[in-house]
Design a binder for this molecule. Sequence first.
Ligand SMILES: NC(=O)C1=CN([C@@H]2O[C@H](COP(=O)(O)OP(=O)(O)OC[C@H]3O[C@@H](n4cnc5c(N)ncnc54)[C@H](O)[C@@H]3O)[C@@H](O)[C@H]2O)[C@@H](O)CC1
Ligand SMILES: [K+]
Length: 511
Amino acid sequence: MKIFSSKQLYEADEVTCNNQNITSVDLMERAGSYIFTWLHQRMQGAQVPVHIFCGIGNNGGDGLVLGRLLIESGYNVKCYIANFTDKRSPCFLTNYSRYKDVTKNWPILMKGAEDFPEIAPQDIIIDALFGIGLNRPPEGWVKDLILHINTQRAFKLSIDIPSGLSAEQAVEDFDAIVKSNHTLTFQAPKLSFFLPETGPYVTFYEAIDIGLDAAYLESQEPLAQLIAKPQAQRFYKQRNKYAHKGNFGHSLIVAGSYGMMGASVLATKATMRIGAGKVTAMVPRSGYSILQSTVPEAMVKTDENEDFITNINYDFEPDAIAVGMGIGNNDETATALKALLKKVLCPIVIDADALNCISKTKTLIKLLPENAILTPHPGELARLVGEWTDDYDKIKKCQEFSATYKVIIIIKGANTITVMGNELYINTTGNPGMATAGSGDVLSGCLSGLLAQGYDPLLASVFGVYLHGSAGNIASQTVGFEAMMASDIINSLGDAFLELFRQEEEAPVAQ
Ligand SMILES: NC(=O)C1=CN([C@@H]2O[C@H](COP(=O)(O)OP(=O)(O)OC[C@H]3O[C@@H](n4cnc5c(N)ncnc54)[C@H](O)[C@@H]3O)[C@@H](O)[C@H]2O)[C@@H](O)CC1
Ligand SMILES: [K+]
Protein backbone atom coordinates (compact mmCIF):
# COMPACT_ATOMS: atom_id res chain seq x y z
CA MET A 1 0.00 0.00 0.00
CA LYS A 2 1.28 3.46 -0.90
CA ILE A 3 1.86 6.13 1.73
CA PHE A 4 1.38 9.61 0.29
CA SER A 5 2.59 13.02 1.36
CA SER A 6 0.08 15.65 2.53
CA LYS A 7 0.80 17.57 -0.66
CA GLN A 8 -0.16 14.56 -2.75
CA LEU A 9 -3.35 14.07 -0.71
CA TYR A 10 -4.38 17.68 -1.24
CA GLU A 11 -3.70 17.30 -4.95
CA ALA A 12 -5.64 14.04 -5.03
CA ASP A 13 -8.50 15.91 -3.41
CA GLU A 14 -8.49 18.49 -6.20
CA VAL A 15 -8.08 16.00 -9.04
CA THR A 16 -10.89 13.89 -7.59
CA CYS A 17 -13.27 16.83 -7.44
CA ASN A 18 -12.44 17.78 -11.03
CA ASN A 19 -12.65 14.28 -12.48
CA GLN A 20 -15.73 13.21 -10.54
CA ASN A 21 -17.39 16.57 -11.09
CA ILE A 22 -18.04 17.13 -7.40
CA THR A 23 -17.24 20.00 -5.03
CA SER A 24 -14.87 19.74 -2.10
CA VAL A 25 -17.93 20.01 0.14
CA ASP A 26 -19.29 16.89 -1.57
CA LEU A 27 -15.99 15.11 -0.95
CA MET A 28 -16.10 16.15 2.69
CA GLU A 29 -19.66 14.84 2.92
CA ARG A 30 -18.46 11.53 1.51
CA ALA A 31 -15.54 11.36 3.95
CA GLY A 32 -17.73 12.30 6.93
CA SER A 33 -20.42 9.83 5.94
CA TYR A 34 -17.90 6.96 5.86
CA ILE A 35 -16.88 7.83 9.41
CA PHE A 36 -20.57 7.99 10.34
CA THR A 37 -21.21 4.54 8.85
CA TRP A 38 -18.24 3.11 10.73
CA LEU A 39 -19.55 4.46 14.04
CA HIS A 40 -23.20 3.66 13.31
CA GLN A 41 -22.36 0.02 12.57
CA ARG A 42 -20.69 -0.25 15.96
CA MET A 43 -23.04 1.88 18.06
CA GLN A 44 -26.30 0.57 16.60
CA GLY A 45 -28.24 3.54 17.95
CA ALA A 46 -26.83 3.38 21.51
CA GLN A 47 -27.43 6.63 23.41
CA VAL A 48 -23.85 6.93 24.63
CA PRO A 49 -22.94 10.64 24.72
CA VAL A 50 -20.63 11.49 21.81
CA HIS A 51 -18.45 14.61 22.17
CA ILE A 52 -17.10 15.88 18.85
CA PHE A 53 -14.23 18.38 19.08
CA CYS A 54 -13.83 20.27 15.82
CA GLY A 55 -11.12 22.65 14.67
CA ILE A 56 -11.83 25.34 12.09
CA GLY A 57 -10.20 23.67 9.06
CA ASN A 58 -11.42 20.79 6.96
CA ASN A 59 -10.72 18.24 9.68
CA GLY A 60 -13.18 20.19 11.79
CA GLY A 61 -15.51 20.17 8.78
CA ASP A 62 -15.38 16.36 8.76
CA GLY A 63 -16.32 16.44 12.44
CA LEU A 64 -19.33 18.66 11.68
CA VAL A 65 -20.54 16.33 8.90
CA LEU A 66 -20.26 13.42 11.31
CA GLY A 67 -22.08 15.33 14.05
CA ARG A 68 -24.95 16.27 11.77
CA LEU A 69 -25.36 12.73 10.43
CA LEU A 70 -25.28 11.26 13.93
CA ILE A 71 -27.89 13.73 15.19
CA GLU A 72 -30.09 13.01 12.18
CA SER A 73 -29.95 9.34 13.15
CA GLY A 74 -31.01 10.09 16.70
CA TYR A 75 -27.65 9.90 18.48
CA ASN A 76 -26.81 11.87 21.62
CA VAL A 77 -24.19 14.28 20.28
CA LYS A 78 -22.48 17.46 21.42
CA CYS A 79 -20.36 19.28 18.88
CA TYR A 80 -17.72 21.77 20.11
CA ILE A 81 -15.75 24.17 17.96
CA ALA A 82 -12.27 25.07 19.17
CA ASN A 83 -12.58 28.61 17.89
CA PHE A 84 -8.91 29.50 18.05
CA THR A 85 -8.94 31.74 14.96
CA ASP A 86 -11.42 33.31 12.57
CA LYS A 87 -9.65 31.82 9.54
CA ARG A 88 -12.25 29.10 9.05
CA SER A 89 -12.03 27.05 5.86
CA PRO A 90 -14.85 27.42 3.30
CA CYS A 91 -15.88 23.76 3.63
CA PHE A 92 -15.93 24.13 7.40
CA LEU A 93 -18.21 27.17 7.08
CA THR A 94 -20.62 25.39 4.75
CA ASN A 95 -20.91 22.53 7.18
CA TYR A 96 -21.17 24.87 10.13
CA SER A 97 -24.36 26.31 8.58
CA ARG A 98 -25.63 22.90 7.51
CA TYR A 99 -25.23 21.66 11.06
CA LYS A 100 -27.41 24.53 12.31
CA ASP A 101 -29.97 24.09 9.51
CA VAL A 102 -30.46 20.41 10.18
CA THR A 103 -30.08 20.22 13.97
CA LYS A 104 -31.62 23.65 14.73
CA ASN A 105 -28.72 24.37 17.10
CA TRP A 106 -25.31 25.92 16.60
CA PRO A 107 -22.33 23.82 17.73
CA ILE A 108 -20.87 24.96 21.08
CA LEU A 109 -18.15 27.56 20.53
CA MET A 110 -15.17 27.21 22.85
CA LYS A 111 -12.98 30.25 23.41
CA GLY A 112 -10.86 29.09 26.30
CA ALA A 113 -10.31 26.55 29.06
CA GLU A 114 -13.45 27.71 30.90
CA ASP A 115 -15.49 26.17 28.05
CA PHE A 116 -14.01 22.66 28.31
CA PRO A 117 -16.82 20.18 28.96
CA GLU A 118 -17.09 17.42 31.56
CA ILE A 119 -16.81 14.02 29.95
CA ALA A 120 -17.79 10.73 31.60
CA PRO A 121 -15.56 7.64 31.23
CA GLN A 122 -18.23 5.76 29.26
CA ASP A 123 -18.69 8.61 26.72
CA ILE A 124 -17.08 8.75 23.30
CA ILE A 125 -14.75 11.52 22.14
CA ILE A 126 -14.27 12.32 18.46
CA ASP A 127 -11.09 14.21 17.73
CA ALA A 128 -11.51 16.46 14.67
CA LEU A 129 -9.33 19.34 15.84
CA PHE A 130 -6.46 19.16 13.36
CA GLY A 131 -5.84 16.95 10.37
CA ILE A 132 -2.97 16.94 7.93
CA GLY A 133 -3.10 20.74 7.80
CA LEU A 134 -1.31 21.11 11.14
CA ASN A 135 1.53 23.55 10.51
CA ARG A 136 2.84 24.28 14.01
CA PRO A 137 2.53 22.71 17.46
CA PRO A 138 -0.78 23.44 19.20
CA GLU A 139 -0.27 26.11 21.89
CA GLY A 140 -2.16 27.98 24.59
CA TRP A 141 -5.66 26.84 25.40
CA VAL A 142 -5.81 24.59 22.31
CA LYS A 143 -2.92 22.62 23.76
CA ASP A 144 -4.77 22.66 27.10
CA LEU A 145 -7.80 21.23 25.32
CA ILE A 146 -5.67 18.37 23.99
CA LEU A 147 -4.30 17.80 27.50
CA HIS A 148 -7.90 17.87 28.82
CA ILE A 149 -8.96 15.29 26.21
CA ASN A 150 -5.97 13.14 27.10
CA THR A 151 -6.89 13.02 30.79
CA GLN A 152 -10.35 11.61 29.94
CA ARG A 153 -10.98 7.89 30.19
CA ALA A 154 -13.60 8.02 27.43
CA PHE A 155 -12.87 6.15 24.18
CA LYS A 156 -11.17 8.52 21.75
CA LEU A 157 -11.52 8.26 18.00
CA SER A 158 -9.36 10.50 15.81
CA ILE A 159 -10.43 11.55 12.36
CA ASP A 160 -7.64 11.22 9.76
CA ILE A 161 -4.79 11.67 12.24
CA PRO A 162 -4.51 12.22 16.00
CA SER A 163 -4.62 16.02 16.35
CA GLY A 164 -1.20 17.50 17.00
CA LEU A 165 0.58 14.79 15.02
CA SER A 166 1.98 15.77 11.64
CA ALA A 167 1.64 13.41 8.69
CA GLU A 168 5.31 13.55 7.78
CA GLN A 169 7.16 16.12 9.85
CA ALA A 170 8.98 15.99 13.15
CA VAL A 171 6.89 16.68 16.23
CA GLU A 172 8.03 19.59 18.41
CA ASP A 173 5.64 19.06 21.33
CA PHE A 174 4.75 15.46 22.09
CA ASP A 175 2.42 16.51 24.95
CA ALA A 176 0.20 18.33 22.47
CA ILE A 177 -0.93 15.22 20.60
CA VAL A 178 -4.29 13.55 21.20
CA LYS A 179 -3.71 10.09 22.62
CA SER A 180 -6.51 8.40 20.76
CA ASN A 181 -7.57 4.77 21.00
CA HIS A 182 -8.30 4.49 17.31
CA THR A 183 -7.72 6.51 14.16
CA LEU A 184 -9.81 6.41 11.01
CA THR A 185 -7.50 7.80 8.38
CA PHE A 186 -8.57 8.87 4.90
CA GLN A 187 -7.43 6.84 1.90
CA ALA A 188 -4.00 5.78 3.14
CA PRO A 189 -2.09 5.77 6.42
CA LYS A 190 0.42 8.55 7.00
CA LEU A 191 4.18 8.10 7.35
CA SER A 192 4.20 9.25 10.99
CA PHE A 193 2.05 6.22 11.95
CA PHE A 194 5.04 3.94 11.50
CA LEU A 195 8.04 5.71 12.96
CA PRO A 196 9.36 4.97 16.47
CA GLU A 197 8.84 8.49 17.85
CA THR A 198 5.31 9.06 16.53
CA GLY A 199 3.96 5.54 15.92
CA PRO A 200 3.03 5.08 19.61
CA TYR A 201 0.37 7.80 19.11
CA VAL A 202 -1.42 5.62 16.58
CA THR A 203 -2.10 2.40 18.45
CA PHE A 204 -4.78 1.24 16.01
CA TYR A 205 -5.79 2.68 12.67
CA GLU A 206 -7.99 1.86 9.74
CA ALA A 207 -7.65 3.44 6.32
CA ILE A 208 -11.01 4.51 4.90
CA ASP A 209 -11.15 4.50 1.12
CA ILE A 210 -12.93 7.75 0.22
CA GLY A 211 -12.63 7.16 -3.50
CA LEU A 212 -9.85 9.60 -4.33
CA ASP A 213 -8.90 9.52 -8.00
CA ALA A 214 -7.31 6.09 -8.53
CA ALA A 215 -5.38 7.06 -11.68
CA TYR A 216 -3.82 10.02 -9.90
CA LEU A 217 -2.80 7.94 -6.88
CA GLU A 218 -1.46 5.21 -9.15
CA SER A 219 0.69 7.74 -11.02
CA GLN A 220 2.32 9.13 -7.89
CA GLU A 221 5.72 8.17 -6.54
CA PRO A 222 4.76 7.50 -2.92
CA LEU A 223 6.61 8.71 0.16
CA ALA A 224 6.85 5.06 1.18
CA GLN A 225 5.30 1.67 0.52
CA LEU A 226 3.70 -0.33 3.28
CA ILE A 227 4.48 -4.03 3.06
CA ALA A 228 1.71 -6.26 4.33
CA LYS A 229 0.47 -9.69 3.31
CA PRO A 230 -0.99 -8.78 -0.12
CA GLN A 231 2.33 -7.26 -1.17
CA ALA A 232 4.40 -10.09 0.33
CA GLN A 233 2.32 -12.71 -1.50
CA ARG A 234 3.37 -11.16 -4.78
CA PHE A 235 7.05 -11.42 -3.87
CA TYR A 236 6.94 -15.17 -3.42
CA LYS A 237 8.60 -17.23 -6.17
CA GLN A 238 6.86 -20.52 -6.81
CA ARG A 239 9.14 -23.58 -6.84
CA ASN A 240 9.38 -25.75 -9.90
CA LYS A 241 8.55 -29.45 -9.33
CA TYR A 242 11.73 -30.55 -11.12
CA ALA A 243 14.00 -28.22 -9.17
CA HIS A 244 17.10 -29.54 -7.40
CA LYS A 245 19.20 -28.03 -4.65
CA GLY A 246 21.48 -26.40 -7.20
CA ASN A 247 18.57 -24.19 -8.21
CA PHE A 248 18.33 -22.60 -4.80
CA GLY A 249 21.86 -21.41 -4.48
CA HIS A 250 24.79 -21.73 -2.16
CA SER A 251 25.14 -19.22 0.69
CA LEU A 252 28.33 -18.46 2.52
CA ILE A 253 27.90 -17.31 6.11
CA VAL A 254 30.96 -15.58 7.51
CA ALA A 255 30.18 -15.24 11.19
CA GLY A 256 31.21 -16.06 14.73
CA SER A 257 34.18 -15.69 17.01
CA TYR A 258 35.16 -17.31 20.32
CA GLY A 259 32.16 -16.86 22.64
CA MET A 260 29.94 -15.61 19.78
CA MET A 261 29.60 -18.79 17.77
CA GLY A 262 25.84 -18.72 18.29
CA ALA A 263 25.62 -15.87 15.78
CA SER A 264 26.94 -18.21 13.12
CA VAL A 265 24.66 -21.06 14.17
CA LEU A 266 21.57 -18.84 14.04
CA ALA A 267 22.41 -17.20 10.70
CA THR A 268 23.33 -20.54 9.14
CA LYS A 269 20.15 -22.23 10.34
CA ALA A 270 17.99 -19.33 9.17
CA THR A 271 19.62 -19.43 5.73
CA MET A 272 18.77 -23.11 5.43
CA ARG A 273 15.28 -22.69 6.85
CA ILE A 274 14.35 -19.92 4.41
CA GLY A 275 15.26 -22.17 1.55
CA ALA A 276 18.87 -21.85 0.40
CA GLY A 277 19.91 -25.03 -1.43
CA LYS A 278 23.28 -25.24 0.32
CA VAL A 279 25.03 -23.30 3.07
CA THR A 280 28.66 -23.11 4.03
CA ALA A 281 29.47 -21.59 7.41
CA MET A 282 32.90 -20.04 7.67
CA VAL A 283 34.00 -19.90 11.32
CA PRO A 284 37.21 -19.74 13.39
CA ARG A 285 38.59 -23.18 14.23
CA SER A 286 36.95 -23.25 17.64
CA GLY A 287 33.57 -23.13 15.93
CA TYR A 288 33.99 -26.34 13.95
CA SER A 289 32.30 -28.87 16.26
CA ILE A 290 29.68 -26.37 17.33
CA LEU A 291 28.49 -25.80 13.77
CA GLN A 292 28.76 -29.45 12.72
CA SER A 293 26.71 -30.62 15.65
CA THR A 294 24.09 -27.86 15.71
CA VAL A 295 23.51 -27.50 11.95
CA PRO A 296 24.35 -30.85 10.35
CA GLU A 297 22.73 -29.69 7.11
CA ALA A 298 25.44 -27.05 6.59
CA MET A 299 29.04 -27.43 5.46
CA VAL A 300 31.70 -25.84 7.63
CA LYS A 301 34.92 -24.17 6.58
CA THR A 302 37.32 -23.09 9.30
CA ASP A 303 39.75 -20.21 9.48
CA GLU A 304 43.33 -21.03 10.45
CA ASN A 305 42.82 -18.90 13.56
CA GLU A 306 41.29 -20.53 16.61
CA ASP A 307 39.22 -17.60 17.90
CA PHE A 308 38.39 -15.17 15.13
CA ILE A 309 38.29 -14.89 11.36
CA THR A 310 41.47 -13.73 9.65
CA ASN A 311 41.08 -14.89 6.07
CA ILE A 312 37.83 -15.14 4.12
CA ASN A 313 38.91 -17.65 1.54
CA TYR A 314 36.52 -19.87 -0.35
CA ASP A 315 37.06 -22.37 -3.11
CA PHE A 316 33.59 -22.20 -4.63
CA GLU A 317 31.56 -19.35 -6.11
CA PRO A 318 28.84 -18.51 -3.59
CA ASP A 319 25.48 -17.21 -4.79
CA ALA A 320 25.16 -15.03 -1.69
CA ILE A 321 27.25 -14.03 1.30
CA ALA A 322 26.27 -12.79 4.74
CA VAL A 323 29.14 -11.39 6.77
CA GLY A 324 29.65 -9.83 10.15
CA MET A 325 27.45 -11.54 12.72
CA GLY A 326 29.51 -11.96 15.88
CA ILE A 327 32.88 -11.67 14.11
CA GLY A 328 34.29 -9.22 16.69
CA ASN A 329 36.41 -6.16 16.00
CA ASN A 330 39.86 -7.63 15.62
CA ASP A 331 42.20 -5.83 13.21
CA GLU A 332 42.95 -9.02 11.29
CA THR A 333 39.23 -9.62 10.82
CA ALA A 334 38.90 -6.08 9.46
CA THR A 335 41.71 -6.77 6.98
CA ALA A 336 39.99 -9.99 5.90
CA LEU A 337 36.75 -8.08 5.46
CA LYS A 338 38.48 -5.52 3.27
CA ALA A 339 39.89 -8.28 1.06
CA LEU A 340 36.42 -9.83 0.82
CA LEU A 341 34.79 -6.55 -0.23
CA LYS A 342 37.43 -6.15 -2.94
CA LYS A 343 36.79 -9.54 -4.49
CA VAL A 344 33.12 -10.29 -3.85
CA LEU A 345 31.10 -10.98 -7.00
CA CYS A 346 27.77 -12.13 -5.57
CA PRO A 347 25.06 -10.28 -3.60
CA ILE A 348 26.12 -9.64 -0.02
CA VAL A 349 24.53 -8.90 3.37
CA ILE A 350 26.72 -6.91 5.74
CA ASP A 351 25.77 -6.97 9.40
CA ALA A 352 26.88 -6.21 12.94
CA ASP A 353 30.65 -6.12 13.55
CA ALA A 354 31.32 -5.86 9.81
CA LEU A 355 29.27 -2.64 9.79
CA ASN A 356 31.19 -1.27 12.76
CA CYS A 357 34.40 -2.06 10.95
CA ILE A 358 33.18 -0.17 7.87
CA SER A 359 32.07 2.81 9.97
CA LYS A 360 35.50 2.98 11.59
CA THR A 361 37.50 2.70 8.38
CA LYS A 362 36.11 5.16 5.88
CA THR A 363 38.12 3.61 3.01
CA LEU A 364 36.02 0.48 3.44
CA ILE A 365 32.82 2.42 2.74
CA LYS A 366 34.04 3.07 -0.79
CA LEU A 367 34.50 -0.67 -1.29
CA LEU A 368 30.85 -1.45 -0.55
CA PRO A 369 29.58 -3.46 -3.53
CA GLU A 370 26.60 -2.06 -5.40
CA ASN A 371 23.31 -3.28 -3.91
CA ALA A 372 24.98 -4.62 -0.77
CA ILE A 373 22.38 -4.98 1.99
CA LEU A 374 23.36 -3.32 5.28
CA THR A 375 21.40 -4.36 8.36
CA PRO A 376 22.41 -2.06 11.22
CA HIS A 377 20.72 -1.83 14.61
CA PRO A 378 20.31 1.78 15.87
CA GLY A 379 23.82 2.01 17.38
CA GLU A 380 25.46 0.62 14.25
CA LEU A 381 23.35 2.90 12.08
CA ALA A 382 24.39 6.02 14.00
CA ARG A 383 28.04 5.06 13.55
CA LEU A 384 27.44 4.53 9.84
CA VAL A 385 25.37 7.57 8.83
CA GLY A 386 25.91 9.88 11.82
CA GLU A 387 23.59 10.90 14.69
CA TRP A 388 20.14 12.13 13.72
CA THR A 389 17.84 14.69 15.33
CA ASP A 390 14.55 12.86 14.71
CA ASP A 391 13.10 9.97 12.72
CA TYR A 392 12.76 12.01 9.53
CA ASP A 393 16.35 13.16 9.76
CA LYS A 394 17.37 9.52 10.25
CA ILE A 395 15.49 8.49 7.11
CA LYS A 396 17.00 11.38 5.15
CA LYS A 397 20.51 10.42 6.25
CA CYS A 398 19.89 6.81 5.25
CA GLN A 399 18.51 7.87 1.86
CA GLU A 400 21.57 10.02 1.23
CA PHE A 401 23.95 7.24 2.29
CA SER A 402 22.06 4.70 0.21
CA ALA A 403 22.08 6.93 -2.87
CA THR A 404 25.76 7.88 -2.50
CA TYR A 405 27.06 4.34 -2.04
CA LYS A 406 24.30 2.55 -4.00
CA VAL A 407 23.50 0.21 -1.13
CA ILE A 408 20.34 -0.93 0.62
CA ILE A 409 19.94 -0.01 4.28
CA ILE A 410 17.56 -1.89 6.53
CA ILE A 411 16.64 0.29 9.52
CA LYS A 412 15.67 -2.30 12.11
CA GLY A 413 12.88 -1.46 14.52
CA ALA A 414 9.20 -2.02 15.31
CA ASN A 415 8.36 -1.19 11.69
CA THR A 416 11.60 -2.06 9.96
CA ILE A 417 12.25 0.25 7.01
CA THR A 418 14.17 -0.79 3.93
CA VAL A 419 15.81 2.17 2.22
CA MET A 420 17.03 2.13 -1.37
CA GLY A 421 17.83 5.63 -2.59
CA ASN A 422 14.65 7.61 -2.11
CA GLU A 423 12.47 4.53 -1.91
CA LEU A 424 11.19 3.44 1.50
CA TYR A 425 9.51 0.13 2.28
CA ILE A 426 7.86 -0.11 5.67
CA ASN A 427 7.32 -3.54 7.12
CA THR A 428 4.20 -4.37 9.08
CA THR A 429 5.11 -7.70 10.70
CA GLY A 430 7.04 -8.29 13.92
CA ASN A 431 6.53 -7.74 17.62
CA PRO A 432 8.43 -6.70 20.76
CA GLY A 433 9.26 -10.34 21.54
CA MET A 434 11.74 -10.14 18.68
CA ALA A 435 13.83 -7.60 20.56
CA THR A 436 16.04 -10.45 21.74
CA ALA A 437 19.65 -11.52 21.23
CA GLY A 438 20.27 -13.24 17.92
CA SER A 439 17.15 -12.00 16.16
CA GLY A 440 19.34 -9.84 13.88
CA ASP A 441 21.56 -12.84 13.05
CA VAL A 442 18.41 -14.69 11.98
CA LEU A 443 17.43 -11.77 9.74
CA SER A 444 20.83 -11.78 8.03
CA GLY A 445 20.44 -15.50 7.45
CA CYS A 446 16.97 -14.97 5.99
CA LEU A 447 18.29 -12.35 3.59
CA SER A 448 21.25 -14.43 2.45
CA GLY A 449 18.95 -17.42 1.93
CA LEU A 450 16.62 -15.43 -0.30
CA LEU A 451 19.53 -13.92 -2.22
CA ALA A 452 20.89 -17.42 -2.81
CA GLN A 453 17.52 -18.42 -4.27
CA GLY A 454 17.75 -15.65 -6.82
CA TYR A 455 15.60 -12.95 -5.22
CA ASP A 456 17.14 -9.63 -6.23
CA PRO A 457 18.66 -7.63 -3.35
CA LEU A 458 15.75 -5.22 -2.88
CA LEU A 459 13.15 -7.97 -3.06
CA ALA A 460 15.20 -10.20 -0.76
CA SER A 461 15.41 -7.32 1.74
CA VAL A 462 11.74 -6.42 1.77
CA PHE A 463 10.49 -10.02 1.62
CA GLY A 464 13.07 -11.29 4.11
CA VAL A 465 12.14 -8.59 6.62
CA TYR A 466 8.46 -9.43 6.16
CA LEU A 467 8.95 -13.21 6.61
CA HIS A 468 11.25 -12.70 9.60
CA GLY A 469 8.59 -10.54 11.29
CA SER A 470 5.82 -12.90 10.34
CA ALA A 471 7.77 -15.85 11.81
CA GLY A 472 8.19 -13.80 14.99
CA ASN A 473 4.44 -13.18 15.10
CA ILE A 474 3.70 -16.87 14.66
CA ALA A 475 6.25 -17.80 17.35
CA SER A 476 4.66 -15.30 19.75
CA GLN A 477 1.35 -17.15 19.49
CA THR A 478 2.90 -20.09 21.34
CA VAL A 479 5.70 -18.59 23.43
CA GLY A 480 4.51 -15.02 23.99
CA PHE A 481 6.87 -12.06 23.88
CA GLU A 482 9.06 -12.52 26.96
CA ALA A 483 10.02 -16.14 26.37
CA MET A 484 10.75 -15.71 22.67
CA MET A 485 14.27 -16.56 21.57
CA ALA A 486 15.86 -16.12 18.16
CA SER A 487 15.62 -19.90 17.54
CA ASP A 488 11.84 -19.65 17.87
CA ILE A 489 11.84 -17.25 14.92
CA ILE A 490 13.82 -19.74 12.82
CA ASN A 491 11.48 -22.56 13.78
CA SER A 492 8.47 -20.54 12.62
CA LEU A 493 9.86 -19.59 9.20
CA GLY A 494 8.08 -22.55 7.59
CA ASP A 495 4.77 -21.36 9.04
CA ALA A 496 5.52 -17.85 7.80
CA PHE A 497 5.57 -19.18 4.23
CA LEU A 498 2.33 -21.11 4.82
CA GLU A 499 0.73 -18.06 6.44
CA LEU A 500 1.38 -16.05 3.27
CA PHE A 501 -1.43 -17.84 1.49
CA ARG A 502 -3.81 -18.41 4.40
CA GLN A 503 -7.14 -16.56 4.07
CA GLU A 504 -8.18 -14.30 6.94
CA GLU A 505 -10.68 -11.61 7.78
CA GLU A 506 -9.54 -7.98 7.75
CA ALA A 507 -9.06 -6.51 11.18
CA PRO A 508 -7.91 -3.09 12.40
CA VAL A 509 -4.18 -2.77 12.19
CA ALA A 510 -2.43 -2.97 15.57
CA GLN A 511 0.84 -1.08 15.60
N1 LIG B 1 -7.30 15.93 1.21
C1 LIG B 1 -8.18 14.96 1.40
O1 LIG B 1 -7.98 13.89 0.96
C2 LIG B 1 -9.38 15.24 2.24
C3 LIG B 1 -9.21 15.93 3.42
N2 LIG B 1 -10.17 16.04 4.32
C4 LIG B 1 -9.87 16.60 5.63
O2 LIG B 1 -9.16 17.81 5.56
C5 LIG B 1 -8.09 17.78 6.49
C6 LIG B 1 -7.11 18.81 6.13
O3 LIG B 1 -7.77 20.04 6.23
P1 LIG B 1 -7.07 21.45 6.35
O4 LIG B 1 -6.05 21.58 5.32
O5 LIG B 1 -8.15 22.46 6.38
O6 LIG B 1 -6.31 21.37 7.69
P2 LIG B 1 -6.79 21.05 9.17
O7 LIG B 1 -8.19 20.74 9.29
O8 LIG B 1 -5.81 20.08 9.65
O9 LIG B 1 -6.66 22.45 9.94
C7 LIG B 1 -5.66 23.25 9.78
C8 LIG B 1 -6.17 24.64 10.14
O10 LIG B 1 -5.68 24.95 11.41
C9 LIG B 1 -4.62 25.90 11.30
N3 LIG B 1 -3.55 25.38 12.14
C10 LIG B 1 -2.62 24.47 11.81
N4 LIG B 1 -1.86 24.18 12.87
C11 LIG B 1 -2.33 24.94 13.89
C12 LIG B 1 -1.98 25.09 15.24
N5 LIG B 1 -0.98 24.41 15.76
N6 LIG B 1 -2.66 25.94 16.01
C13 LIG B 1 -3.69 26.62 15.49
N7 LIG B 1 -4.08 26.54 14.21
C14 LIG B 1 -3.41 25.70 13.42
C15 LIG B 1 -4.27 25.98 9.84
O11 LIG B 1 -3.78 27.26 9.53
C16 LIG B 1 -5.61 25.66 9.21
O12 LIG B 1 -6.42 26.80 9.23
C17 LIG B 1 -7.67 16.34 6.44
O13 LIG B 1 -6.89 15.97 7.53
C18 LIG B 1 -9.00 15.64 6.42
O14 LIG B 1 -9.51 15.48 7.72
C19 LIG B 1 -11.50 15.49 4.12
O15 LIG B 1 -12.45 16.49 4.30
C20 LIG B 1 -11.73 14.82 2.81
C21 LIG B 1 -10.70 14.78 1.81
K1 LIG C 1 -7.85 14.77 13.99
